[in-house]
Design a protein around this ligand. Sequence first.
Ligand code: DHB
Length: 508
Amino acid sequence: MTINKICITTLASAAIIGCATSVQAKNFDKLIFNPDIAKQASLTMPSGETVDYTAYEGIFYVTNVEDSVYQTLNIYVPETLRANNSTPIFLRTYIGGYMATTAKAPSASDATGRALKEGYVVCIPGSRGANSTITRDGKTVYTGTAPNGLLDLKAAIRYLRYNNDLIPGDAERIIIDGTSAGGAMSALVGSTGDRHEYDKYLKKMGAAPTSDKVFASVCYCPITDLNHADMEYEWLYGCTNTGVRHLNADQIIISNELAAECPDYINSLNLKDGNGNAITADNYKDYLKTFLIASAHKALEEGCEIPDTIGIIRYAEKPNFGGRPAAPGNSDGRGAPSFGPAGMQPRFNNNTDYVTGIDLDKYLSYVASVTPLKTPPAFDQYGVLIDTPTPETNVFGNPEGTPANFTDFSLRHRLHDNNATLSKEMVQRVFIMNPMNFISENASSVAPHWFIRHGAKDRDTSFLVPINLATKLKNSGYDVNFFLPWNRPHSGDYNLDDLFNWIDSVTK
Ligand code: DHB
């Protein structure tokens, strides 16, 4: 790090702060990157290859640290840095279950190790979550209720950008990656860059006074669109209620009530398919089928045996409809299937079968038979039929640690009051935790590039959730690479060749 660079950044910081008082400017001095904390380390990849890197760890990314366990980030710079100042920064969040996570070191077994090996700068921030607590005035205070985990990620991104001249890599080219609740956070970070709705919170935290936009968002099985996820789950999986799901009479009532709310929501999205045709509740299942068919078809092509019993309809010869079904959304069919257990044996005649259809109810029953479905309501469950909180009711809880409902539906059921409504404050918290609210055409707050994956047998949320996210982004003009990888359960950071080929292609 040259002295020259440090001076430039100090000047740049002063310029950003502009007319702020000198007290404030001094305050943000705490956020100037200190290269002297560098340590050398190395990672041995599964191939045996060693990746040497410089580590900068335990960096506080806000001035008003509330939770010193979690509000830090780590930065890793590989010796084989691609191109110094223009190198993209791969930012991995380890948020899972909407819980807190500490800043971590890169792992040879996930995308962080691979990113280092590929020569990218890696940042792994910690963040507060549903289970993080501090003691204040002798009382336990929950620090990570929504939207705090998201705010921490935004503050970490601001830190990187604030120090762009000091930290190797290019903070204008941040690629955020997360899985499940982390995938939801990735979608939120990717869709809400610099949105004013978060300003007051970030200011209070002492986040660096700069932009929190990102260049690309990688979302594995995002557990998102939380305030519609219950209805989307029941609308899709209701067909299994009296079969493999074994719901009791009370649960079936809740399931049906929720499912009945879904068509209006689907129609309100005004989505369009790849040909510009309107997607409505009436044709949505056909739209969903195109993604599942593309997934099954690619699996067959790549040598996967698909049992005849799970609803995939195929012909052993090319059907006479003018060619194979095209992979929807993303016709290059990226997203190699996983060749998992359970009857998935290599085929010998893999290029002779063509998937022509899917019996959706049968396929959904198969998915539910692999991993039992959640019971209704799948997400905002607290106080409706059972009192058990979910990760979602916890993250929308209060600082005392009491879970909270985040939909009118569940609140009304819990209180047995048909007129109950969420507080204004809760409505706002739910709003700023849903990326669907921020996606529109030409929005500078939305990342230009998206990589979204949801396993074809992942039942942690309805297929509607990732499909709606991907479709809304695509309809709004963003670059979206979306696929439902075959035989893949709820998981992330898989098929890393695909991911890193994609990263290569969007950052070239
Ligand atoms: C996660 C999984 C869930 O099923 C859920 O409801 C919330 C979070 C997770 O793995 O992060």
